[in-house]
Design a protein around this ligand. Structure first.
Ligand SMILES: *[C@@H]1O[C@H](CO)[C@@H](O)[C@H](O)[C@H]1NC(C)=O
Ligand SMILES: *[C@@H]1O[C@H](CO)[C@@H](O)[C@H](O)[C@H]1NC(C)=O
Ligand SMILES: *[C@@H]1O[C@H](CO)[C@@H](O)[C@H](O)[C@H]1NC(C)=O
Ligand SMILES: CC(=O)N[C@H]1CO[C@H](CO)[C@@H](O)[C@@H]1O
Length: 489
């Protein structure tokens, strides 16, 4: 038996540590202060390629434990899945409340390749071939298998939320159930719904102002591109598509992470006062997206994404883009009409089939996402979204005992499962600042709210109601697991 060594969890305040929840490069949770339950790294000897009968190489995978609330000896084990960024520890969000309630031990395994769990020093495209959700799920299964036989339950937010649902789907004998918080189980090539939801979350007045900003930027870009980029502190973004994507992301995070007022109030005020809207937007981007949210403009340059040395990739941007470009896509493209983002942010060339790679021209020649994939990872790296959905089922996932939760304002909810089906309830957390992972993180979601307190959600009741439903499901499934264990003795 490995793992679950007694580690005394200590509360530490750490600055500027990413903690999961990247679902594109826009989903960075760079928090100015993350409060961890445990930051003491432990190591697991993991198999590099779970699908090869010949390759027996291993790598060291980092994990954490928190046992302060554990009811010895038979309490449940909550496996909190870490997603697409370095995993600095077990953060003190609503999971801690659940641990207390259920007497659970918390364990977290860092996702392969991210943070300190990279099998390779050099992240060349060739070396990234073992980076996939399928290998990551097998990592979790091997880790689970090497540990104690108590009842297990898996949790995750965002991409890790999808892994949580997929883990229960693929390894139902290894977990009593799953919570998929904002779990993006439906990879989509042409993810136009994302931008549409931004418009809905913004409301008509704010949406119109944001659309006007996009128009002004598009008009000025060909003539005074450099000056324009300078206002946004983004002169490094030589490719116009990168710049436009940066501007689109900057607005999206306000809705995704539950701080719509930080964007919409200054923008609608600027409009009413007849001020320069581009200037007002630049102020928001510089102060909020860079200042508060902590984004690094550099991470939007394709040159940066091409860097293969570990230190350059610590943020995980290259790694997540590889997963995007090979498996899940989620390209946030402009819808045909009424979009907020520039219509220049498009799909690029779409091969007619995966095998022949005959590139056809789509929409127009202003290419973006697929060109980025080709440019950064080389010819032939293309997201096999259909195959991914064939493997997991997308929103038709034939799982059981999975709770899906989504925030009403979160553009990502359209890549999740929003309709309940037998044994897989789906809840929507409905409030003005309920976004990505608000059930576990409270409001807003961009910075850690201790124990995911719902006090600052515009409707704490909405959050608490969903949490109560979650607890009832976890309780039911754990007790069913327990009953099954007793009857098989
Ligand atoms: C990891 O596993 C491999 C193969 O089973 C073994 O040879 C190696 O000694 C193990 N390493 C550690 C640190 O346990
Ligand atoms: C993507 O969606 C847009 C808007 O609905 C549409 O115009 C475009 O043809 C779609 N592209 C693909 C490849 O489906
Ligand atoms: C709620 O917001 C207020 C004002 O910004 C802040 O002082 C307080 O700490 C927040 N409460 C929680 C639980 O985050
Ligand atoms: C459980 C729930 O409220 N689901 C809703 C989530 O959002 C979608 C799309 O808006 C609705 O169709 C579902 O009924």
């Amino acid at each position: 038996m490995r793992g679950l060594l007694v580690i005394i969890g200590s509360l530490l305040m750490i600055n500027n540590v990413c903690n999961g929840l990247l679902t594109s490069r826009i989903n960075r949770m760079s928090s100015s202060s993350i409060n961890y339950l445990s930051r003491e790294a432990l190591w697991f000897n993991q198999t590099l390629d779970h699908f090869s009968p010949y390759d027996h190489r291993k790598f060291h995978q980092r994990y954490y434990e928190y046992l302060d609330e554990f009811r010895i000896p038979d309490g449940p084990i909550f496996l909190v899945i870490c997603g697409e960024s370095a995993c600095g520890g077990i953060s003190n969000d609503y999971i801690n409340v659940l641990a207390k309630k259920f007497g659970a031990a918390l364990v977290t395994l860092e996702h392969r390749y991210y943070g300190k769990s990279s099998p390779f020093e050099s992240l060349t495209t060739e070396n990234l071939k073992f980076l996939s959700s399928k290998q990551a799920l097998f990592d979790l299964a091997a880790f689970r298998q090497a540990n104690v036989e108590n009842p297990w339950f898996v949790f995750g937010i965002s991409y890790a939320g999808a892994l949580s649902a997929w883990f229960r789907l693929k390894f139902p004998h290894l977990t009593c159930g799953s919570l998929a918080s904002s779990g993006v189980v439906h990879p989509i090539l042409n993810f136009t719904e994302y931008d549409k939801q931004m418009g809905e979350s913004a409301g008509p007045e704010c949406k119109a102002v944001l659309q006007e900003v996009t128009q002004l930027v598009e008009q000025r870009l060909p003539f005074e591109g450099e000056a324009l980029k300078t206002i946004f502190g983004a002169s490094e973004l030589k490719v116009d598509g990168d710049f436009l994507y940066y501007l689109a992301d900057a607005a999206a995070v306000a809705f995704q992470y539950g701080e719509p007022d930080k964007l919409c109030i200054p923008m609608t005020n600027a409009k009413k006062a007849g001020e320069d809207l581009v200037g007002a937007y630049a102020k928001y981007v510089n102060e909020y997206y860079v200042g508060t949210f902590g984004v690094d403009v550099r991470s939007y340059t394709q040159e940066y994404l091409k860097k293969t040395t570990l230190s350059d990739s610590e943020s995980g941007d290259r790694l997540w883009w590889f997963q995007v470009c090979s498996e899940v896509a989620f390209f946030q493209v402009a819808p045909a009409d009424d979009s907020i983002r520039s219509s220049k942010i498009d799909l690029g060339h779409v091969p007619t089939t995966r095998l022949d790679f005959i590139y056809v021209h789509l929409i127009d020649l202003r290419l973006y996402h697929l060109d980025l994939c080709k440019n950064v990872f080389g010819e032939g790296v293309y997201p096999v979204v259909d195959a991914t959905n064939l493997y997991y089922g997308g929103t038709d996932i034939a799982g059981s005992k999975i709770v899906f939760t989504n925030g009403s304002q979160d553009p990502w909810r359209h890549a999740s499962k929003q309709i309940s089906s037998p044994d897989m309830p789906s809840y929507i957390v409905n409030c003005q600042n309920c976004g990505h992972g608000s059930d576990l993180r409270g409001c807003p979601q961009s910075h850690l709210v201790l124990e995911g307190n719902s006090k600052n959600c515009s409707s704490p009741d909405a959050v608490n109601k969903v949490r109560q439903q979650m607890i009832e499901q976890i309780d039911l499934w754990l007790s069913q697991c327990h009953a099954a264990a007793i009857s098989s003795m």
